[in-house]
Design a protein around this ligand. Sequence first.
Ligand SMILES: Cc1ncc(C[n+]2csc(CCOP(=O)(O)OP(=O)(O)O)c2C)c(N)n1
Length: 350
Amino acid sequence: MEWLPSSSPVRLLEQPDPNYRLPAPERLLAAYRAMVIGRRFDAQATTLTKQGRLAVYPSSRGQEACQVGAALSIGAEDWLFPTYRDSVSLVTRGIDPVEVLTLLRGDWHCGYDVPATRTAPQCTPLATQTLHAVGLAHGEARKGNTTVAMALLGDGATSEGDFHEALNFAAVFRAPVVFFVQNNGYAISVPLAKQSVAPSLAHKGIGYGVRSEQVDGNDAAAVLSVLDSAVAHARAGNGPFLVEAHTYRMEPHTNADDAARYRPPEEVEHWQQRDPIGRLERHLRADGHLDDLGAQRIAAEAEEFAVAVRTRMQAEPTVDPEDLFRHVYAEPTPQLTEQLAQLRSEQEAL
Ligand SMILES: Cc1ncc(C[n+]2csc(CCOP(=O)(O)OP(=O)(O)O)c2C)c(N)n1
């Protein structure tokens, strides 16, 4: 059956697969470098929440193969539609890390230039970005362009109505979209088993006529290979593609959550053994593409990256709270006018 995903998630690092090829060593090395930098950035961002420099940060530690794979499988001409958890994907795409953190710092805008970077603002309402991705992809196809839209979402977001509408619309209009579901086991504290009884989330594509596949989300080689073929499928005009990656969120939902209240330590330990960076590193070393010196160089580069982020985040931004009111409507509503007056009187009283 052409539409059915593989019966078990595609793996490549420790075993061959008849349908997918191992990416070239240079590509795997580039992914490794991006994963190491991404993890160091992620740890830095978490520390910035403790220092009060960031309001909140949803870590993607443990999901680096997915984060990096998504960014590396699309081109500069394609569009990325990320969620709040996908900061490492944005950093890998080359967006200024301080711009990436702007929204989480509490500013009213997303920080980066959306049309110039071809990256939508990080979406917090679940699954709404999937519809935005379909609309953009459909529009681009109608203009005769070969742009692909990559929509990132979590397992919890597949329970939202918007996700189902997006799949249906994309399939009917053969929109060039890749839906990339990072199934990290939980929607905040709700485990996947309490949300879905489908054989896999990849199976959810079939009913809509969307070609689907499932992949080991902690195997960077498999993630890259499966996403490469999904992007090629969409770019060639064959319609949308759904990829489900089986991965795990090592940290709590955000720094404001206590994951120990809903998940057993043995489970975290189990996934620690399947760390995506360690798995790729072992493969690269075994094949002679990485040695101690190479690994040290990359670690040093990641440290420099984090230091630069930390230093720049120490500068207090000048913010004007009235900006919140400036860009909502062409003409402010009576309620907004009243709220603005209240803000002004509060500020004068300071
Ligand atoms: C439409 C909507 N409903 C509820 C929420 C509250 N909420 C924020 S994150 C989250 C869980 C999302 O889980 P998942 O899609 O698996 O993504 P993850 O955070 O695990 O990456 C929920 C329910 C929301 N942001 N948007």
